[in-house]
Design a protein around this ligand. Structure first.
Ligand SMILES: [Zn+2]
Ligand SMILES: [Zn+2]
Length: 137
């Protein structure tokens, strides 16, 4: 069991606690996630919005995804750590796995937007890869 679990940004101005297990975990190779993380991919877990308690001031930067929906990426305005994302479904929130106090239990179940992965990304894992979003999402 992982719940409840906690995490926060590098400077500790923002902390969070989630009372339930994630409903999904995955990594995303889209260009927006590459830009936002400054790295090869974003690793995130999704939880119900009403089961996470956030303290501190989170800044959000919104970008339209290729679905046309606004995707907001939350970060700490003091230290710049990426923390959250608000997907199209307003009942959900995603948490960047690297912000967890113990990121070792994170287990991605799928990789999305693999079509835009960089040639230098390590991708030899055993969970499914989808070129964009998984079918039906
Ligand atoms: Zn911070
Ligand atoms: Zn992405």
């Amino acid at each position: 069991m992982t719940a409840p679990f906690t995490g926060g940004c590098m400077c500790k101005a923002i902390r969070y606690e989630c009372s339930v297990e994630p409903i999904g975990m995955g990594i995303c190779y889209c260009r927006d996630c590459q830009k936002a993380t400054g790295s090869a991919f974003a690793s995130a877990l999704v939880v119900p919005r009403n089961r996470i308690t956030i303290t501190g001031e989170v800044k959000y930067y919104g970008v339209r995804g290729d679905s046309g929906n606004l995707v907001n990426r939350g970060f700490c305005p003091h230290c710049g750590s990426r923390l959250f994302g608000t997907p199209a479904n307003p009942d959900l929130i995603s948490i960047q796995a690297g912000s967890l106090d113990d990121p070792s239990w994170f287990k991605p179940q799928a990789a999305i937007y693999a079509a835009s992965a960089q040639p230098w990304s390590c991708m030899n894992f055993d969970f499914p890869k989808f070129p964009k979003m998984p079918p039906g999402k």
